[in-house]
Ligand binder design. Structure first.
Ligand code: FMN
Length: 383
């Protein structure tokens, strides 16, 4: 992947390789895509502090979050249907994550199940849960996570209803439960993708393959899974989950200091500040804009993760200076996967590692831990 210099290059390669219906699904945001745009543009509200002649060595990127030491301050967050962007996509992403020593959080909406990833790849695996209306099914999912030795569970809470992504509406993505002529036409424009997916075998959402009520084939199963998401989810359900899941629990989709505090009071071990990549509440704040007030609300010790819009090493540095404990990547690695499989995901991780390393060196810092300790001394509002 020599021609790839940055994450945008991976995005453009993904665009060339994927059927339009899938590229638009990954790339798009809700309604006017204002929040999706803010997730990127709000990083430019900040300046990094340049200090010189302080450090001889290249920076140390290791840091601690979620109670463990990590080689890098970022990980691969939950992105649904990786196995539709590349054959065996979840496996390839997990292999890349393991090779680069970063955690991967597997989405509920995945082709390969958490059990398969655990058996075939291993590494630092985590699991993301969408709350189904049927609590006994949720308990089955929790048991699969326990059987796969998962220590960290994410509950995603910003999808009480699926928002409108207009590109998906135009492409007919939402309505698709089987291969329609329009979908078939979109697919055959991308023969390399077709061959790769065919080689991997007919895709199924493995976690629900033994439940006939979800139907057959990934498209129908996914549609039924989303139709069953619990729209009436409240903090009482979080308390229920807390009582069932004894290991680390992370609430993903927090975008207000008040909710951050409630999550903390409900016994969560961490939160992810997230607006789902601008795919849910349009005109919501960017995550980077809300980070300082969330950090203030929960105090200095609580684990605050963040995602949305991270495409550059400088984005990572700004978030770490403003109080993030760690960062989840979304599209940055999903584009890498679509563009180049395992090598593409590794490329995304390498690009961000190198960019962060150069950024910290030019800021005169010894590493991520010093950046986090100095915090707002390392960043100021741009004027
Ligand atoms: C194609 C796609 C699928 C996603 N699927 C899930 C999912 O299944 N579960 C979840 O919690 N978040 C999901 N997300 C949201 C991501 O976890 C993350 O919050 C978002 O991608 C961050 O924004 P970014 O892509 O701009 O970095 C998805 C995002 C995308 C782009």
């Amino acid at each position: 992947m020599k021609q790839v210099v940055n994450i945008e290059d991976l995005r453009l390669l993904a665009k060339r390789r994927l059927p339009k219906i899938f590229f638009d699904y990954i790339d798009g945001g809700a309604f006017s895509e204002t929040t999706a745009g803010r997730n990127r543009s709000d990083f430019s509200q900040w300046c990094l502090t340049q200090r010189v002649l302080r450090q001889k060595d290249m920076p140390d990127l290791s840091c601690d979050y979620l109670g463990s030491a990590h080689a890098l301050p970022f990980m691969l967050g939950p992105v649904g249907f990786l196995g539709l962007y590349r054959g065996r996509g979840e496996i390839l992403a997990a292999e890349a994550a393991k090779a680069k020593s970063v955690p991967l959080c597997l989405s509920t909406f995945s082709i390969a199940s958490i059990g398969t990833l655990h058996k075939e790849v291993g590494g630092d695996l985590q699991f993301q849960l969408y709350m189904d209306r049927d609590k006994s099914f949720v308990e089955d999912l929790l048991q699969s996570a326990i059987d796969a030795d998962i220590d960290v569970l994410y509950l995603t809470v910003d999808t009480s209803v699926t928002s409108v992504r207009e590109k998906d509406v135009r492409n007919g993505f939402r309505a698709v439960t089987r291969i329609t002529p329009a979908l078939a036409f979109s697919m055959i424009q991308r023969p390399a993708w077709c061959l790769d997916i065919l080689r991997a075998g007919s895709p199924n959402v493995e976690a629900v393959a033994n439940y006939p009520e979800f139907g057959r084939g990934a498209l129908e199963q996914a549609s039924n899974l989303s139709g069953r998401l619990d729209a009436s989810l409240t903090w009482d359900d979080v308390k229920w989950l807390r009582s069932k899941w004894k290991k680390r629990l992370v609430i993903k989709g927090i975008l207000s200091p008040l909710d951050a505090k409630i999550a903390q009071d409900c016994g969560a071990d961490a939160i992810v500040i997230s607006n789902h990549g601008g795919r849910q509440l349009d005109f919501a704040s960017s995550t980077i804009a809300i980070l300082p007030s969330v950090r203030e609300a929960v105090g200095p010790e609580f684990c605050v993760l963040i995602d949305c819009g991270f495409r550059r090493g400088s984005d990572l540095a700004i978030a770490l200076a403003l109080g993030a404990s760690g960062i989840l990547l979304g599209r940055a690695y999903a584009f890498g996967l679509a563009a180049g499989g395992r090598a593409g995901v590794e490329k995304a991780i390498d690009i961000l590692s190198v960019e962060l390393s150069i950024t910290l060196k030019l800021m005169g810092l010894s590493g991520v831990k010093e950046l986090q300790a100095l915090g707002t001394e390392c960043v100021s509002p741009s004027v």
